[in-house]
Design a protein around this ligand. Structure first.
Ligand code: GDP
Ligand code: IMO
Ligand code: MG
Length: 429
């Protein structure tokens, strides 16, 4: 039986949490393989709403969750999230949560640098979540990271802190921000050790054993292809690879283990933070989508920018992300619109493109080439079968499939986990 990887196909917040939660009932293990607590995944189960940032969404279903080495882990954020979900009645312990021992840690100096740099950028800011994600990944690639396994070795910690502080304090000083002291950081790290080390293990080995035992693994992506550090709207991106190819490196398994790649896309588009957004709507229609879709960032509470579905961009995400099938979410948010538009390409300086070019000015100048479709006035909210959908909604979904060159295998019609239409079982491959 195939494994499944879930990735975002737009700019994030497509409903990955809901879909992962729904699929987790049939998985044995759920693995996060990139990103950090910049992610905000909302799961609605009856009258309970869980907002997860670091914990793999499978914990809500009582499945084993693994935080892979490709994640950047903020110990304070993790411990506080465990506290929150415990208060909601879930149990999180080393029995159902394992963390790759080689995961790099986010320390307080990372959000400090993230925020100081954003402030220095002024009007050109990226609009990061301010969680220190970028600086933490820079340290990983710069071979300066303190990793979870280092918490067991005080001498290593002390040496690594010297190098880390030399780097960070020089930058912070240049930016006019407060500096960090070694002793306080060392004490903080040693304080985390007994709380975090019981979760640490060689996650790759656990996954290898699971593979031999025929267990089903669900890889839970965060962010989305258009926020990928290589393939997204650079530099307005996050600092990790969000494509399915990274599930292998970020979990410690071979690429063939990843299995079916399910891309999640909203039936329209949203984006939080700065950067090009060709189909953005700044009018009443955009505001209406934001209101009906409750488009406010899970992590920062910022209103999300809204726009028409960009089939050209999602097609690009399908190709780059290795997406085999799409889960289309929030179809219900389009209820009541008599006319819908889908973007099929871009006009840039008199030329037409069937992809978003990489250069910044070209991206900013990209004008959508719209196709207009009939909308529907009846409600799709809560629909659980294709038969319940109005004909215009079915036509809209079919047109999206054609344009993005991928089948829609799941349709989501409300935040509730059960309001999902299955057209093909992702675990069937
Ligand atoms: P993620 O980051 O991709 O997991 O998505 P978020 O949780 O940040 O944002 C998606 C939001 O849409 C959440 O508030 C979900 O509860 C909600 N949602 C998911 N699917 C649907 C849907 O089909 N219809 C509606 N109306 N809301 C949905
Ligand atoms: P989920 O998993 C939407 C955006 C930020 C900013 C850019 C860089 O919930 O879909 P970062 O803090 O990562 O350095 O910020 O990326 N961003 C997200 N937008 N959903 C997310 O995660 C995001 N994670 C980061 O708004 O524009
Ligand atoms: Mg989110």
């Amino acid at each position: 039986m195939a494994n499944v990887a879930v990735i975002g196909a737009q700019w994030g917040d497509e409903g990955k949490g809901k879909v992962v939660d729904w699929l987790a009932s049939r998985a044995d293990i759920v693995v996060r393989f990139q990103g950090g607590h910049n992610a905000g995944h909302t799961l609605v189960v009856g009258d309970q709403t869980y907002k997860l940032s670091l914990l793999p969404s499978g914990v809500v279903r009582g499945k084993l969750g693994i935080i892979g080495n490709g994640v950047v882990l903020d110990p304070e954020a993790l411990l506080s999230e465990i506290g929150k979900v415990t208060a909601q009645g879930l149990k999180v312990s080393p029995k159902n949560l394992r963390i790759a021992e080689n995961v790099p840690l986010i320390l307080p100096l990372h959000p400090a640098l993230d925020k100081a740099r954003e402030a220095a950028r002024g009007g050109d800011k990226i609009g990061t979540t301010g969680r220190g994600i970028g600086p933490a990944y820079e340290d990983k690639v710069g071979r300066r990271s303190i990793r979870l396994c280092d918490l067991a070795e005080p001498t290593t910690l002390s040496k690594k802190l010297d190098e880390l502080l030399l780097h960070h304090n020089s930058l912070l000083k240049g930016l006019g921000a407060p500096l960090f002291e070694k002793q306080a950081l060392l004490e903080q790290l040693l304080g985390w050790a007994p709380k975090l080390l019981p979760y640490a293990e060689a996650a790759w080995e656990r996954l290898e054993t699971a593979r031999h035992a025929g267990e089903r693994v669900l890889f839970e992506g965060a962010q989305a292809v258009m926020l990928d550090v290589d393939h997204g709207t650079y530099p307005y991106v996050t600092s990790s690879n969000t494509v399915a190819g990274n599930a292998a490196a970020g979990a410690g398994i071979g690429p063939d283990v990843v299995g079916m790649v399910l891309g999640i896309a909203k039936a329209y588009s949203t984006r939080v933070g700065s950067g090009p957004f060709p189909t953005e709507l700044t009018d009443e229609i955009g505001r209406g989508l934001g209101e009906r879709g409750r488009e406010f960032g899970t992590v920062t509470g910022r209103p999300r920018r809204c726009g028409w579905f960009d089939a050209c961009l999602v097609r690009q995400a399908v190709k780059i992300g290795g997406i085999h099938g799409l889960a289309l979410t929030k179809l219900d948010v389009l209820d009541g619109l008599t006319e819908l538009k889908i973007n099929t390409g871009y006009r840039i300086g008199g030329q037409t493109f069937r992809r978003l070019p990489s250069a910044f000015e070209a991206q900013a100048a990209a004008e959508p080439i719209y196709e207009t479709l009939e909308g529907w006035t009846t409600s799709t909210r809560g629909a659980r079968s294709y038969a319940e959908l109005p004909a215009a909604a079915v036509k809209y979904v079919r047109r999206i499939e054609e344009l993005v060159e991928a089948p829609v295998v799941l349709l989501s019609t409300s935040p509730d986990r059960d309001d999902t239409i299955t057209l093909r079982d992702p675990f069937a491959g």
